[in-house]
Design a protein around this ligand. Structure first.
Ligand code: PMP
Length: 442
């Protein structure tokens, strides 16, 4: 390590508190210093590059430094970067909103926020607030899925079921009912994917007591990301959607990870042929260039709030960077590229390839089980979890070999840019195989 790199790391550790990290781990595994990023690769100060196998926390859907996205951003930069979004508008955001409302026919209003967690907060608040306007005073509760995750702010954590993230803040969280016994599948060929009647009968029975008091059900459609890339039956989503409609309950689809092509459709809800009342998008929305999130909703919800001004019937949620022009310019170009080049179809093709590769790794190493996948997502669990932190060890080894894997607990997964090249996937396969072998990390 040269002196400059050493000094940079020392200063980093002196001043920075990194996200989702135990900072003491950085003594053992210092941060990678990134000097560039291109396509599916991150370039390192020490020389060499690593594959961004998880699309930088699932957002770099079209890889790094996409020239069209860069140009869109530069064009906007020439005009203006950001203005207050209350009482103003601009061409870019109008075009983006028009495009977003074409994703699903019933979702024709867009509200903007800055990141995924905030989009979830907006959707939760809109649902609850709508009940006050319609005087459905009993409908104040939320239902979510066991093993689900919706972000780190307190409302989002309240409807998330991962103790690792929520336990320390329990005293500030509101209660929610979590649906368990979900019909998980390994892929779309599992019979449960098509028909989950038995699971549903049990689930529906348990849900009934909550029908009257529930304002909304929130879920990650089809894939629970942070919960370990668990895939569930599209039939379950379809049935749950009907149930919400029969009981006057809103459905909030958190497509922050699954949206914009990741699962082989533009939106994961399309696997079940459903449309929610609220749809949350972020991450891939700007191809991971800038923070932006959007909550799409129906005209019905919008009209509840539309009235002559009086306190408490306007949705006064305000984020400084709502409608940010730079982020919107990139998002608009992402949607153009997705429409023209159909990368969600490529995700569908990657589904077969990535599943076959991970199955191969599992068979050759004997170290992985429950290989599962949909679209450009594949995951498997480590068989031997006797080491203190086996996922962390794999992470360190993979980084040394040339890939950023960052397992979720004991789950190894790939979630690469949708436009990853085949040769890079093959390289990733070799690195993953190597990272599962014994031996010390350099
Ligand atoms: N919902 C889901 C499904 C997510 O995967 C995430 C982020 N991993 C979030 C919400 C939160 O998004 P953000 O990190 O942008 O707040």
């Amino acid at each position: 390590m040269n002196a400059h790199i050493t000094s940079l790391i020392t200063k980093d550790l002196q001043h920075i508190w990194h996200p989702c990290s135990q900072m003491k781990d950085y003594l053992l595994f210092p941060p990678l210093i990134i000097t560039g990023a291109q396509g599916s690769y991150l370039e390192l100060a020490e020389g060499g590059k690593v594959i961004d196998a998880i699309s930088s926390w699932w957002c770099k859907t079209l890889g790094h430094q996409h020239p069209r996205l860069k140009n869109a951003l530069l064009r906007q930069l020439e005009q203006f970067e950001h203005v207050i979004f209350a009482n103003t508008t601009h061409e870019t955001i109008v075009q983006l909103s028009e495009k977003l409302t074409q994703l699903m026919p019933t979702l024709n209003k867009v509200f903007y926020a800055g990141d995924g967690s905030c989009a979830v907060e907006v959707a939760l608040k809109m649902s609850l607030h709508a009940r006050q306007i319609t005087r459905e005073s009993k409908k104040t509760k939320f239902i979510a899925l066991k093993n689900g995750y919706h972000g780190e702010t307190l409302g989002a954590l309240s409807v998330s079921d991962l103790g690792l993230y929520r336990t320390p803040y329990q005293s500030l969280l509101f209660d929610a009912y979590f649906i368990d016994d979900l019909p998980y599948v390994l892929n779309k060929y599992d019979p449960l994917w098509f028909d989950c009647t038995e699971h549903w009968q049990r689930i529906e029975k348990k849900l009934m007591p909550y029908a009257e008091t529930t304002t909304a059900i929130i879920l990650e459609p089809i894939v629970q990301g942070v919960g370990g890339m668990q895939i569930y039956s599209q039939d379950f989503l379809k049935r749950l959607r009907s149930w919400t409609q029969q009981n006057g309950i809103h459905l909030i689809a958190d497509e922050i990870m699954t949206g914009i092509g990741r699962t082989g459709k533009m939106l994961a809800c399309q696997h079940a042929g459903i449309e929610p009342d609220f749809l949350c998008l972020s991450k891939g929305l700007t191809g991971g260039w800038l923070p932006l999130s959007a909550v799409l909703t129906t005209d019905t919800i919008y009209q509840y709030f539309y009235a002559d001004y009086q306190p408490h019937t306007s949705f006064l949620h305000s984020h400084t960077h709502s409608g940010n022009a730079l982020a919107a310019s990139v998002a608009l170009e992402v949607l153009h590229i997705m429409a023209e080049e159909k990368w969600h179809e490529q995700a569908s093709r990657l589904e077969e390839v990535m599943f076959a590769m991970m199955t191969d790794i599992a068979e050759q190493t004997g170290k992985l089980t429950r290989v599962r996948g949909i679209g450009a997502i594949v995951a498997a669990d480590l068989v031997d979890t006797t080491a203190a932190r086996p996922g962390f060890e794999v992470y360190r080894r993979a980084a040394a070999l040339g890939a950023l894997l960052r397992p979720l607990g004991n789950t190894i997964y790939w979630l690469p840019p949708l436009n990853i090249e085949m040769a890079t996937l093959e390289e990733l396969m070799d690195i993953t195989m190597g990272s599962l072998s014994e031996g010390d990390v350099e």
